[in-house]
Design a protein around this ligand. Structure first.
Ligand SMILES: [Zn+2]
Length: 179
């Protein structure tokens, strides 16, 4: 039995991310990725998720998705497990062991979820990279537009200045694009 409960905890940890649980149980994250900590009284958000764990820079709370559910729902480990399984509709029976078929389905579903998360993380990374490159370009054009601007009316236009003027606004737009 203890072995099966351990399995259920591992399965829930794999199937519910800290981010999903935090959102489900009421945390709202600001643009810097901080939320108001549910474990101490505060006005400034100091709760952050990193590497699948929550950490509060205010009170020092630290834990995974099970600890988190346990804390916000004021329950014990078993209660947290039941809540997560129920709230996220996970196919994990808690009162008995898994049949071979159930275990296979569970593992397949975990693998699909993990692949989906990895794909999303890769897409996010690619979007960040694009924004970063766009920002570099915007800074370059902004510098050129200042540095190579003609000093007098009859001075020949520097091609870098012309290019910067033509593309500056596009580069600005691309560097602030949300994705
Ligand atoms: Zn805290």
């Amino acid at each position: 039995m203890a072995r099966e409960i351990f399995d259920a905890i591992a399965a829930v940890r794999e199937m519910v991310s800290m981010e999903e649980a935090a959102e489900r149980y009421g945390l709202r994250f600001n643009r810097s990725g901080f939320a108001v900590c549910p474990f101490h009284n505060e006005k400034t958000a100091s709760f952050k998720i990193h590497d699948g764990r929550g950490h509060c820079f205010g009170c020092g709370w630290h834990g995974d998705v099970i600890d988190f559910a346990q804390g916000v729902l004021h329950t014990d480990r078993d209660g947290a497990l039941r809540a997560l399984v129920g709230d996220f509709g996970l196919p994990i029976p808690l009162d008995r062991g898994l049949s071979i078929r159930e275990r296979q389905e569970l593992y397949a579903r975990s693998a699909r979820l993990r692949a989906k998360r990895e794909r999303e993380a890769a897409e996010q990374q690619a979007a960040d990279d694009r924004r970063h490159a766009a920002l570099d370009l915007f800074i370059l054009y902004d510098t050129w537009a200042r540095q190579y601007a003609p000093k007098s009316q009859d001075e020949e236009i520097d091609p870098r200045y012309a290019e910067a003027c033509r593309w500056l606004e596009t580069a600005r737009y691309n560097s602030t694009e949300r994705g």
